[in-house]
Design a protein around this ligand. Structure first.
Ligand SMILES: [Ca+2]
Length: 188
């Protein structure tokens, strides 16, 4: 017979390890987001914006938890570091032309910022794309500030990355709810 208490304990220890032992890549990715003025709460608010009408009793804690989990993915960390690095170099005018001008002015036909963001949206399957497209059009909350060109800051990559993290977290939330529903169905 299975020892459920032991298994539960082991799962808890595994979860603790996952939460406390962050890789250097993850620590850096989280740090750079903060340095560029994006908090996890900002992204959680976008998730709430996308999902509150689909989930009864959706809490900000649920949104935050899903954002946090998205940030544990290596693909996401790499996208964050790559995008922010290019934004920072463009801000400091350190890129070669014509790329400097392209990124600095956020030229609409460039598109590589969106391709990097897609690697994040992809992590939880294709349903993230609808959310990404929607939030990219609406630009609520933090996305409005990141798109404000009057600040002198460059967030050509970061705005798409933040939207993509919110979209991926929304997909994760939707999958998790579906899975819970399945378990409840089976138990009931
Ligand atoms: Ca962009």
């Amino acid at each position: 017979m299975l020892n459920l208490t032991k298994i539960t304990k082991e799962i808890m220890v595994m979860k603790m390890d996952k939460n406390t032992k962050k890789s250097e890549l993850e620590v850096k990715a989280r740090q750079w987001l903060t340095e560029r003025g994006v908090t996890l709460d900002d992204i959680a608010e976008l998730v709430y914006y996308l999902q509150s009408s689909y989930h009864e009793d959706l809490s900000m804690e649920d949104c935050l938890e899903n954002v946090d989990q998205v940030l544990t993915k290596r693909e996401v960390q790499n996208a964050i570091l790559t995008g922010i690095q290019l934004d920072k170099l463009a801000e400091q005018k350190l890129l070669d032309q014509p790329l400097q001008k392209t990124i600095e002015t956020d030229e609409s036909l460039y598109g590589v910022d969106e391709i990097i963001a897609f690697s994040i949206v992809n992590v939880y399957g294709s349903i993230g794309f609808t959310n990404y497209g929607y939030i990219d059009k609406q630009k609520p909350g933090i996305l409005e500030r990141l798109n404000d060109k009057s600040t002198g800051e460059c967030h050509t990559f970061l705005d798409d990355i933040v939207g993509a993290i919110a979209a991926a977290a929304s997909s994760r939330l939707a999958h998790a709810t579906a899975d819970t529903g399945l378990i409840e169905d089976n138990l009931g």
